[in-house]
Design a protein around this ligand. Structure first.
Ligand SMILES: Cc1cc2nc3c(=O)[nH]c(=O)nc-3n(C[C@H](O)[C@H](O)[C@H](O)COP(=O)(O)OP(=O)(O)OC[C@H]3O[C@@H](n4cnc5c(N)ncnc54)[C@H](O)[C@@H]3O)c2cc1C
Length: 381
């Protein structure tokens, strides 16, 4: 299935498989009184947000333009404000789906509940075609904005140590992320983004107060500024230019800054020029999760984005990503499916008991294996 076509690994293209293009299932119905939206899988997160904004409503959509809600919601959905609102899939109240027999069905907590359980986090391993999601909406946070800082590569070690040490105390309303890269001249740089979602500007400033103790040596610091989500998304998009090829991989960790530093320093030293980059994101989950397929997360998220245009650069970029992940592997507690690379590297993405339950459901709901399951390292795609 292909909804938005934004799977980094092109998971929707499989050897000998049939691809169902769902991108034109892009209707949106918003019931502001019930605080519910019904959306087709082809709706892009940013398009939904633009509609919700006009009604003062909010849903934790992803951080970039163009990501289809189909793949995004099924794999979990790390959205704006997700540290407060939870994974986007937690706000999926129900799905309309076509099962392996070709029957249109509905799943909610009261009907085919085990299918909803699977749809909340199984991602590219879901055994059905979702044709509509029923989403719980919330009131839009009145204040959305953030603070920014730019550091020279020389401050790298101080940044990693500080970020790992403060992560668990960062208020849930704040998404703290660092982007590491090298420019065309080989100069390393670090961008810090601290996005915040709050009731008032005073609350936003209070929640960002931990930045007062940020590492010194910034080339530039831009204190909190109220913005629109579109502006924050635009800023994120600057790292993901159109018309490029990608090799992406990721991992969760709770290792200390000191433990991670040698591997991360090596990855930065070896980085090809922008747009290649890697991110460090503070996740430190604050919410108890409902019982659902999504079940693996940790304090820190690290993802390496190998991005190139010229075919001559492919090997160099792919090697950088693969070697970087291999260096970090000893500290990994698993991966998230948003940036999966399972066709090249096997890694755990669910708690073992949830994975076993999902596979048992697959056998019951798709006994003839009509749907592809997860790509396997070494398997042809
Ligand atoms: C630039 C960029 C930014 C991103 N930012 C974020 C982010 O902020 N947060 C985050 O969580 N993720 C993010 N992602 C990852 C993204 O959410 C996943 O790759 C997701 O799978 C993309 O959904 P899609 O519908 O566009 O992808 P597709 O490639 O269309 O689908 C991916 C897979 O999902 C399954 N699938 C899709 N639609 C359906 C359906 N209707 N029914 C059944 N199965 C289906 C299929 O197995 C398919 O192979 C980003 C990706 C990119 C490229």
């Amino acid at each position: 299935m292909c909804s938005g076509g934004h799977s980094w690994s092109c998971n929707h293209v499989r050897e000998g498989g049939m691809l169902i293009d769902l991108s034109r299932l892009d209707a949106v119905e918003i019931d502001a009184d019930a605080m519910v939206a019904k959306v087709g899988p082809g709706v892009r997160g940013n398009a939904l947000d633009a509609l919700l904004e006009t009604q003062g409503l909010f849903f934790p959509v992803g951080h970039c333009y163009g990501v289809g809600l189909g793949g995004y919601l099924l794999q979990g959905g790390f959205g704006w404000c997700s540290r407060v609102l939870g994974m986007a899939c937690e706000s999926v109240l129900g799905i309309d789906y076509v099962d392996a027999d070709g029957t249109l069905r509905h799943a909610s907590e009261h009907e085919n509940a085990e299918v909803l359980w699977a749809a909340r986090g199984s991602g590219p391993g879901f055994f059905g075609v979702v044709v509509r999601f029923h989403l719980r909406l919330v009131r839009r946070p009145p204040v959305i904005g953030g603070a920014l800082a730019f550091y020279p590569g020389a401050r790298f070690g101080a940044i990693i140590r500080w970020a790992q040490s403060v992560g668990s105390q960062v208020p849930a309303s704040v998404e703290l992320m660092f982007v590491f890269s090298r420019d065309a001249a080989g100069e390393a740089g670090v961008m810090m983004i601290a996005a915040v979602f709050a009731e008032t500007e005073a609350d936003a400033m209070r929640d960002l107060a931990f930045l007062d103790a940020r590492p010194d040596g910034a080339l530039e610091f831009k204190p909190f500024k109220s913005n629109s989500l579109a502006v924050l998304t635009e800023m994120t998009m600057s790292h993901y230019p159109e018309g490029h090829n990608h090799i992406v991989d990721n991992l969760w960790t709770h290792a200390s800054g000191d433990a991670l530093l040698p591997a991360l320093s090596h990855i930065l030293d070896d980085a090809p020029a922008v747009p290649c980059h890697f991110i460090w994101m503070n996740w430190s989950p604050k919410r108890r999760r409902p019982d659902m397929a999504f079940s693996l997360e940790d304090e820190t998220y690290i993802a390496i984005y190998g991005i190139w245009q010229d075919p001559a650069h492919e090997n160099r970029v792919a090697t950088w990503v693969e070697q970087g992940i291999a260096r970090l592997q000893p500290f990994s507690t698993g991966i998230q499916l948003a940036d999966e690379n399972l066709a090249r590297r096997a890694a755990p993405f669910m708690a073992p008991e949830n994975h076993a339950r999902l596979e048992a459901l697959r056998v019951r709901h798709d006994p003839d294996a009509r749907f592809h399951t997860y790509a396997h390292a070494g398997a042809g795609r």
